[in-house]
Design a protein around this ligand. Structure first.
Ligand code: S3P
Length: 427
């Protein structure tokens, strides 16, 4: 499906964004390997999370979807051998987090993915999980991949060169099955939803700065979880309200975990008028209602230190940078080259098409901000990447002429009703 969007006069209203994708994956995974019934309220029923749900159903876990909640009958740490390959679709989180669980099973399994996921690197999980004693067969470290589970995994101390919540989670999940203590450390702290949730499910886990250690588990206890709204989805609406004159938008119930709030921190440094109201805690995750008003912006550079706290928001940050006063340099974001698309090349090529002055770097961009030079209309490509599609949709709201986005339905990966919600706030 292609979609055509046009300039709007203002963004106004009160909305809620869908539940957090990262937290939903983890809630499904840990509930499935706990002993007994867990309930996950306000889960995200997007394509990516459905892949994780299907994976556990295939391994004998009873998961019911009931009026906005998941009811999961966890069957303990040992799962049934799946009768066919586990299809992770477009979801890197499913593939990498599941690898950690499958590494500790008493069977061989096969993980497959769509065209995009089959190009993404799996060596990052294969390496530590092999050190722990699991076996892997994967041509050039890509899917399809066979995982030879081992009942006698051993704990390792893994120092990751990259900050990656997916690698961290795979190692910690395998650590539940491994003798002794398993630890993981990384240069800058990546999102910590796994650590928080593992503790809630009763795992013996310790966090010291950027290092996390976990002991072998006898069992996990089922939980009732309510998932907060996804800050990565909220970022597109925050950007829309910042860019369209006279806008004022309230986004309710957004997760503001400090390992995920780099985008808010940086846009505030750009001069954004953003306030938090009703700050509270939902299942150990900080949540707030976010109020955002149209704001003239100035350039603010980002580098490797902050990138892990806003990795998924860099495409939409780049759009804000193009409307800010001054030149923005974004570096330390090499990881964007191996996301759902090569996001550095996707952003640079599509932004050039709509009249943005942008230079592609190996690990980021240099963007010449110019709020006076209008965004041009035309036809742009999402490269079937949900976050590229949503970034271009926000660009359309301030474009001179209509902008058509190719393969716009890929928003289903993380935000199934994105265009409907957008329509309700466009005036
Ligand atoms: C995720 C971690 C991040 C992020 C992805 C979701 C997660 O990936 O980009 O969208 O849920 O753990 P990396 O861990 O590869 O940085």
């Amino acid at each position: 499906m292609d979609i055509t969007l046009s300039r709007v006069n203002r963004i106004e209203g009160i909305i809620e964004v869908p539940a957090d994708k990262s937290i939903t994956h983890r809630a499904v995974i840990l509930s499935s390997i706990a002993e007994g019934m867990s309930v996950v309220k306000n889960y995200l029923p997007s394509d990516d999370c459905l892949r994780t749900i299907e994976a556990f159903r295939l391994m004998g876990v009873d998961i019911k979807q009931d009026s906005g909640s998941l009811i999961i009958e966890g069957r303990g740490l040992s799962l049934n051998k799946p009768k066919r390959a586990i299809y992770a679709g477009n979801s890197g989180t499913t593939a990498r987090l599941m690898s950690g669980i499958l590494a500790g099973q008493n069977f061989e399994s096969i993980l497959t993915g769509d065209e995009s996921l089959s190009k993404r690197p799996m060596e990052r999980v294969i390496k530590p999980l092999t050190m722990m004693g699991a076996g892997f067969e994967a041509k050039d470290f890509h899917l399809p991949m066979t995982i030879i589970g081992a009942l006698n995994l051993r704990g390792i101390h893994y120092k990751s060169a990259k900050s990656s919540a997916q690698v961290k989670s795979a190692v910690l999940f395998a650590g539940l099955y491994a003798n002794g203590i398993t630890s993981y450390s990384e240069p800058f702290k990546s999102r910590d939803h796994s650590e928080k949730m593992l503790r809630a499910f009763g795992a013996d886990i310790e966090v010291a700065g950027n290092k996390v250690s976990i002991s072998k588990a006898k069992k996990l206890n089922p939980q009732n979880i309510t998932v907060a709204g996804d800050i990565s989805s909220a970022a597109f609406f925050i950007a829309a309200a910042l860019l369209v004159p006279d806008s004022c938008l309230t986004i309710k119930n957004v997760g503001i975990n400090p390992t995920r709030d780099g985008f808010i921190e940086c846009v505030k440094k750009m001069g954004a008028d953003i306030t938090f109201e009703n700050v509270r805690d939902i299942c150990g995750e900080p949540v707030a209602d976010i109020i955002v008003r149209y704001s003239p912006l100035k350039a603010f550079n980002i580098d490797s230190k902050i990138v892990p706290r806003m990795i998924d928001e860099i495409p939409i940050y780049a759009l804000l940078a193009s409307r800010a006063e001054g030149t923005t340099k974004i570096t330390g974001a090499l990881e964007l080259r191996v996301k759902e698309s090569d996001r550095i090349s996707a952003i640079a090529s599509q932004f050039k098409k709509i009249g943005v002055e942008i230079e592609e770097l190996e690990d980021g961009f240099i963007i010449c901000g110019n709020s006076k030079r209008e965004i041009q209309g035309g036809i742009v490509d999402s490269f079937s990447d949900h976050r590229i599609a949503m970034t271009l949709a926000v660009a359309a709201l301030i474009a001179k002429d209509a902008l058509s986005i190719k393969d716009a339905s890929c928003v289903n990966i993380s935000f199934p009703n994105f265009y409907e919600v957008l329509k309700t706030v466009c005036h």
